[in-house]
Design a protein around this ligand. Structure first.
Ligand code: S3P
Length: 173
């Protein structure tokens, strides 16, 4: 059966909701960031710091290509994945794509003190970076999404149940 693919900005809950969906459906779970780290043999901040974002995106594209060929997975993707048309094309070959959404304020409060998430714009002002990137990425996220899921005001469990409900309905068609 198709993969369940979660996309969205940093801090929208892709990993935690993805794990909950996988557990309920007894499916395997993969996080593209983890596989990038595995392939590169170093942490995300190290890849960005030593090799640059371009190299990170190259490894990420390889990871996406590889996992898109599998079945029955729940896939949480890094926040920049939908910005590449090739990544989206690969993921959609065998996946239903759910966009997790949250406001800039919530995203900021969740990610502000996370040292594992390097700055993507060099902006010192992290809230400014969130606003800027959210605006820039909005069309990519919306274009890639089959379904949009609001995360604010919902528990992880509620979001997981919602995603599973939509997925099961889609699978019947
Ligand atoms: C990125 C998001 C991160 C990670 C990398 C780049 C981005 O993943 O892939 O730091 O471009 O938004 P999360 O969305 O899981 O934090």
């Amino acid at each position: 059966m198709s993969n369940i693919v979660l996309i969205g900005f940093r801090g929208t809950g892709k990993t935690v909701i993805g794990k909950a969906v996988a557990k309920k459906l007894k499916r395997g779970f993969v996080d593209s960031d983890d596989l990038v780290v595995e392939m590169a043999g170093k942490s995300i901040p190290k890849i960005f710091g030593e090799d640059g974002e371009k190299k990170f995106r190259e490894i990420e594209a390889k990871v996406i290509e590889k996992i898109s060929k599998k079945d029955n997975l729940v896939i949480a993707t890094g926040g920049g994945v939908p910005c590449s048309a090739k990544n989206v094309e690969n993921l959609k070959k065998n996946g239903i794509v759910f966009l997790l959404e949250a406001s800039a304020g919530i995203i900021f409060s969740r990610i502000q003190s996370d040292s594992n998430r390097p700055s993507l714009t060099g902006k010192k002002n992290k809230f400014g970076e969130v606003l800027h990137l959210l605006k820039e990425r909005k069309p990519f996220y919306e274009n890639a999404a089959d379904f949009r899921i609001k995360t604010e005001g919902f528990s992880v469990r509620e979001n997981a149940v919602q995603i599973i409900g939509i997925f099961n309905k889609e699978a019947e068609v």
